[in-house]
Write a protein that binds this ligand. Structure first.
Ligand code: GNR
Ligand code: NI
Length: 166
């Protein structure tokens, strides 16, 4: 019913800084939102998309890190229960266009989430999936990957972003 805005919000849009709210019921409305977010993510193209990026301030995320783009993952009210190790990965963000920087995050995460059908599930993730989950959960709390850079690198990134933004 409610159509998700096709435009992905871009830094420094203050709406990217709003904390997303818990989903209280996984119904057809939420599933429609997730379907639309997946479309937008594939078209972008990206490997993940969080609600706030499309002005949906609910704790919803879609991810597909598969090569064939045939393994969508839907996360509703996701939580990281525990994490271990650390890994540095070059990250980009659809909301921070033109910037890519190395970010240090946990290498493995244990996740508890509701799935597409509202069932609570738990799973472990590593590699790019673990990185993407952490990146998307940051969006739900209004955080961007550039917030995690050293102040020197963040300063440079912001300067580059300001030059791009007209
Ligand atoms: O498409 C995306 N690629 C990506 C690469 C490395 C680490 C994280 C990501 S997520 C990003 C899409 C996005 O902005 N999701 O919020
Ligand atoms: Ni992002």
């Amino acid at each position: 019913m409610a159509k998700v805005n096709n435009n992905i919000l871009v830094y420094p849009d203050p709406r990217l800084r709003k904390k997303a709210e818990l989903v209280d019921e996984v119904n057809d409305d939420i599933r429609e939102t997730l379907d639309q977010m997946l479309d937008i993510m594939y078209k972008a193209p990206g490997i993940g998309l969080a609600g706030p990026q499309v002005n949906v301030h609910k704790r919803v995320v879609v991810i597909d890190v598969s090569e064939e783009k045939d393994t969508p993952l839907y996360l509703i009210n996701p939580q990281i229960l525990s994490s271990s190790g650390s890994e540095v990965t070059e990250e980009g963000c659809l909301s921070v266009p033109g910037i890519s920087e190395k970010v240090k995050r946990a290498a493995e995460v244990k996740v508890r989430t509701l799935n597409y059908y509202g069932k609570e599930i738990e799973f472990d993730a590593d590699g790019l999936l673990a990185v993407c989950i952490q990146h998307e959960l940051d969006h739900l709390d209004g955080h961007l990957f550039i917030d995690r850079l050293s102040s020197l690198k963040r300063g440079r990134a912001k300067k580059k972003l300001e030059k791009q933004t007209n």
